[in-house]
Design a protein around this ligand. Structure first.
Ligand SMILES: [Zn+2]
Length: 163
């Protein structure tokens, strides 16, 4: 633990800081736990950063590229834009509108699968994944698109086929 005044490292049984003489308050179990958790989180973050740097270096050295990584974002982004577009109920209830949304989401997802498959290959050979974050964002956009499409379908189907 650290001295609250000068941040000198002190042991737990010391009542006064050997460096500045400040009184050391015994830590509560809770703050000890908190400190341990913070330390663990910092460590994890540091390791992740280190791993990211390592991967970046290998990717640059070998010139690895994931040619599919941009398409999930493009199609998922387009799908999301169509979903959020204030087209109005009259258009949103159309089959073609929902179909466009499904097609965009599905194409984006298809490329996400391709991108991840290529990354698995890279991981086996070089222990790296190329554009992993970009692919993840794309997957989220595609998932949102498909989910919204499914919800719209629940409105469209009863509209054309009333029970
Ligand atoms: Zn001190």
């Amino acid at each position: 633990m650290k001295c609250p005044k000068c941040h000198n490292e002190v042991t737990e049984d010391q009542q006064y800081c050997p460096s500045c003489g400040a009184k050391i308050k015994a830590q509560s179990r809770f703050s000890k736990k908190l400190e341990a958790e913070n330390k663990q989180r910092d460590h994890k973050k540091k390791m992740e950063l280190k791993e990211e740097e390592r991967q970046k270096k290998i990717i640059a050295e070998k010139g690895l590229k994931n040619k599919y990584s941009l398409y999930p974002i493009i199609f998922g982004g387009l799908g999301t834009a169509v979903v959020l577009w204030p087209a109005g109920y009259a258009i949103q209830i159309q089959w073609w509108y929902v179909t466009i949304i499904f097609i965009l989401g599905a194409i984006g997802y298809y490329f996400a699968i391709k991108a991840n498959k290529l990354n698995e290959k890279y991981f086996q050979h070089h222990r790296v994944r190329v554009d992993a974050k970009r692919i993840k964002i794309g997957v989220y956009l595609c998932a949102f698109t498909l989910l919204a499409g499914a919800m719209m379908l629940m409105v469209v189907v009863p509209y054309y086929f009333p029970m």
